[in-house]
Design a protein. Structure first.
Length: 255
């Protein structure tokens, strides 16, 4: 992939700006088991203050809030914040992983759902240590497609093709700075499957939410043609296909 071309906006603060609507409508939620694992053994949830960093349009923030958690959603992209569905337990703030603008030792739980790989890890972990309380907890979640499933594998290949053969992100390598951090005690990684039911319009909308695919007309047209063919090959009698995911939950405590 030629990352110098202006068709690809690699600035994580702005690259989702033209994807916000599709992101809100079509990105998958996280299985309840993921949320429950993160909240396991924590204080009464209505007394818990969590900072969801790189909150996007608030998918994970709302899921935490639905459990009664008080969530501060930190998101630097104004288009994503504006597209977010509001929730009474979610407060939105402009900030980023290196500068959350939150007070020292004010947060019980930090979550990063599908966002940590965008951050500069060392200053980010330093900032996380600053805002967490002494018994604070960090949860980093990566949601990746499971290419052992045939439909999901072909979908991934089409996404890579539309992105000029961009290789899949190696999420496992992104967690190494946390494992080696002197500020955190890495606990473990927990795996949870998830399956997303999609009709044709949802499948296309999901693909169009991918940040590294060009919005250029010919690229988008070819992608839609490919997805329509894929859908016809795999859809069931009810008109749905199923994208299979792996969720990896990395947990750590403040040292």
């Amino acid at each position: 992939m030629n990352f110098t071309t202006p068709l690809y906006n690699l600035n994580p603060l702005t690259r989702f700006s033209d994807k916000a609507e599709n992101y809100t409508k079509y990105r998958p939620i996280y299985p309840d088991a993921v949320i429950n694992k993160i909240l396991e053994n924590l204080a009464p949830l209505n007394q818990l203050f969590a900072a969801d960093i790189g909150a996007g349009t608030g998918i994970s923030a709302r899921q935490l809030a639905e459990k009664g958690v008080n969530v501060i959603a930190i998101e630097p992209n104004s288009a994503m914040r504006e597209a977010a569905e509001k929730h009474q337990n979610v407060e939105w703030k402009n900030g980023n992983a290196e500068a959350t603008n939150l007070p020292d030792a004010s947060i019980d739980l930090i979550t990063c759902f599908q966002s940590f790989h965008w951050f500069n890890p060392q200053p980010t972990l330093t900032e996380f240590r600053r805002i967490l309380k002494p018994q604070g907890k960090l949860a980093i979640v990566f949601q990746d497609i499971n290419r052992e499933d045939e439909f999901t594998k072909v979908y991934g290949e089409l996404i890579s093709k539309a992105a000029n053969n961009r290789p899949p992100t190696d999420f496992s390598s992104k967690i190494e700075p946390l494992r080696k951090s002197l500020d955190f005690e890495y606990i473990d990684c927990y795996k949870f499957p998830y399956k997303q039911e999609l009709d044709l319009s949802s499948l296309i909308g999901l693909a169009k939410s991918v940040s590294f695919i060009s919005s250029e007309e010919t690229v988008q047209k070819q992608l839609v043609d490919d997805l329509e063919n894929l859908f016809q090959r795999f859809c069931n009698s009810d008109g749905f296909v199923y994208l299979v995911y792996r969720n990896s939950v990395h947990l750590a405590n403040v040292c």
